[in-house]
Design a binder for this molecule. Structure first.
Ligand code: SF4
Length: 350
């Protein structure tokens, strides 16, 4: 990863909160009221805006300035007057914020917070794949590294993936990466035979399977089913819904922002949610009268959960980990992201 951090393995801040670096993340800090005050004080001191992805721990979401999906947060980052962006999410998201706002300092509380979907294809693998075709068009889901985006013609979210692929002339081969479930959905929708799909996946989606989804829907016959199409786990659910594995009339394919709107508007008293479990916090806050349940409560992203209270405290006190993207990579990656935004409904990314 194109980042640099400090080598410190432990530290203490003026409040007495002490953090410790372990192999699985930063620990040792309880998210109490004093912690929240210290986080806000340090953020002011650094002229930093705190952004939290919807899949973050509740206490991280609550202390942040903005909570949302990856693209919305990146746009907020680019438009912000703050000189420092603290991106509480996974690494490719912080990279996207840096790509869209190259003049700002972008920090991620733990640079080890990766993404199994983004890691399923490297720039080198993509270059080799491209070399096997005659002038192909590369379409990549936003869950990719900056280097892969730089090798990409058009990025997409699952909201506009079909439109993006349809925008490519019919006689050009399309290489679609890295999510095989989203790729299968696009192939089915477009009927395109010259669409080639990379066999990548998110480790979280593996926890949601067809029989489980169908079983939960059958056991909760009055519940709406909110499926988030952006995350790896949810794109598998999207595929299953398209296959008719769950009844179509109760299935609502929604971005995280649309989920919050739908939660306020639905007449249902219970809702099954097919996405990473961190989203439940936002939904329960938006509509406390509704019984929101995860389709799979094990659908928790360990990378997202590496942004702990200790990691955020250490990030703000040490100014680490800083995210760097080489300028030439950022420029090419930015072009593919901007083409995505120009086509159809871009949605919010993961
Ligand atoms: S939930 Fe999956 S796709 Fe999303 S950040 Fe985690 S590993 Fe990546």
């Amino acid at each position: 990863m194109a980042t640099t951090g400090t080598a410190a393995t432990a530290g203490t801040v003026t409040t007495g909160h002490a953090w410790e670096r372990t192999d699985t993340g930063y620990t040792g800090v309880v998210a109490d009221a004093e912690w929240a005050r210290e986080i806000r004080r340090l953020a002011d001191e650094r002229d930093a805006v705190l952004l939290a992805h919807n899949y973050q721990l509740p206490e991280i979401q609550d202390v942040a300035d903005h909570t949302g999906d990856s693209l919305a947060l990146s746009r907020i980052a680019a438009a912000s007057t703050a000189s420092t962006i603290v991106f509480c999410g996974v690494h490719f998201m912080a990279e996207t914020a840096k790509i869209l706002g190259p003049g700002k300092t972008v920090l991620i509380p733990d640079e080890r917070a990766g993404c199994s979907l983004a890691d399923s294809i490297t720039a080198e693998q993509l270059r080799e794949w491209k070399a096997g075709f005659d002038d192909p068009v590369v379409v990549s889901y936003v869950n990719t590294t900056a280097e892969v985006k730089a090798e990409t013609d058009i990025c997409c979210t699952s909201s506009n993936a079909v439109d993006v692929v349809r925008s490519v002339p019919a006689d050009r081969d399309v290489l679609f990466c890295p999510d095989q479930f989203l790729g299968a959905h696009v192939q089915r929708e477009t009927g395109r035979e010259n669409l080639h799909v990379w066999a990548g996946e998110c480790h979280v989606h593996a926890g949601i399977n067809g029989p489980e989804l169908a079983e939960r829907a059958a056991a909760n016959p009055d519940a709406d089913l909110f499926i988030h199409p952006e995350c790896g786990c949810a794109t598998s659910a999207l595929y299953l819904a398209g296959e008719g594995t769950v009844p179509e009339d109760r299935v609502k394919i929604l971005s995280t922002g649309q989920m919050l709107d739908a939660a306020r508007e639905t007449g249902a008293s219970s809702v099954l949610v097919a996405t990473e479990v961190g989203m439940l916090h936002q939904l329960r806050t938006a509509a406390p009268e509704i019984d929101f349940r995860a389709v799979n409560d094990r659908a928790s992203c360990r990378y997202m959960k590496m942004i702990t209270p200790a990691a955020l405290l250490r990030c703000l006190s040490e100014g680490a980990d800083e995210v760097h993207v080489p300028l030439d990579v950022a420029e090419r990656a930015k072009a593919s992201v901007e083409r995505m935004i120009a086509i159809g409904t871009s949605g919010g990314g993961e």
